[in-house]
Ligand binder design. Sequence first.
Ligand code: HEM
Length: 438
Amino acid sequence: MTAIDQGDLQGNILCGYGFEHALYAFLQVRERAAARGWLRDLLPALTTAEPWGAGRPDSTANLAVSARGLAALGMDREVLAGFPADFLEGMASRARMLSDTGPSAPERWETPLRGEAHVVLMLNARSESALARARDEHLASGALELVYEQPAAALAGAREHFGFRDGFAQPQIADRRAGPWVGSGTPRRFGWKALQPGEFVLGYPDEDGAPPAAPAEPYGRGGTFMVLRKLRQDVALWHRWMREWAGDEREERDALAAKIVGRWQDGRPLSLFPERVHDQPSADELRRTNRFRFRDDPEGLRCPLGAHIRRVNPRDALGGDGRLSSRHRIIRRGMPYGPPADGDRPDDEDRGLVFVSFQASIERQFETIQARWCADGDPFGLGADADFLLADGDPDGKMTIPGDPPRYLHPQPSFVTTRGGGYYFVPGIGALAALAGS
Ligand code: HEM
């Protein structure tokens, strides 16, 4: 089993911090020497993946850099050219492929989130006051220009704004320190196989057996790529729509919402629990919530073929004993933003999910999920039907809920809209030191 150098890897990638408060600060380099000086000062304060022996700190600090940011910090052109094309091009230029069109098109994104910032400083903290202290500590110098700030905070019960428990299904990684609590690996005929760390950290063997092509040293080791998307959720529309389609009975509305996601609001998967269970899942049940497959439900009678979790991690549904999905996994570390909604009462609040995923290849992992599995239904025999949870309002879009008779949800509403985002590199500590010129 590979042992990852945890001291060189930034934290919150393979193991989540579990903090309730976060701030994403988007920064521009105006003066290279000042920016490098700031980075040198920040280095000792950055949180690595080393286990927290003495207990959780009050706050953590991590850093991601865009392609433009690497250039602004003075990375050699040839070294930069060794980075993958997806990262160099950036998210907005790949918007069509990602189905960021209509209300989600880059022209409609919040201006500072339309192209990648040079640097994103990510602060996590146990309280709002600890977050404010960390913000002051790291941003007060003004060495980089602060162009945008996005606070985020966990909602009660680790739910996202539509009311589902979120963020707990993560890939299981074959690393000595990452235990089975990290989540599930690839389903095999007998049992499950943990994923190779190179799927998520550059410089380590991946599912292909060898470390994949990576940027030149020291950037090719201990780093990863980050996708950040600000996804607005229309919670009033979600509840209103459920009422229109399922009526006033809470049970019926929850059951319909569960078919769209593929899990009940409490996190139990429809594949294991086709009927609602009313008590909260026990710790043991939750540990087992990820040990299910889809091939034993080929028509989607329990979990619809187009349900969110069946698209984003098809497990064994595409055949090949899980191998066809094993190269397209992501680690999610996003957090909700904005205040909780008051049921279906409309208001003007901006709320949603700061979606954050880590992967060794943005194109092979995030983009395959987003573009081929969420924005299209073809791989699942669903024609052009997109993920009903995520897709933008499409008058021709629908979702099929198999049954006798089947049910067709139509047209596709706009529950989620992209407000901006970018592709970033999260360097290892050694690589950051090189960038800082230390
Ligand atoms: C506002 C937008 C979104 C909402 C409300 C949402 C909601 C959820 C929920 C409730 C779950 C089940 C709980 C869990 O597994 O942790 C889930 C799982 C997941 N989602 Fe999303 N999601 C959103 C966007 C996305 C996007 C954009 C992607 C990737 C393109 C994505 C990828 C995943 C993955 C990989 C899983 C885990 C599936 C598994 O391994 O079983 N989600 N999501």
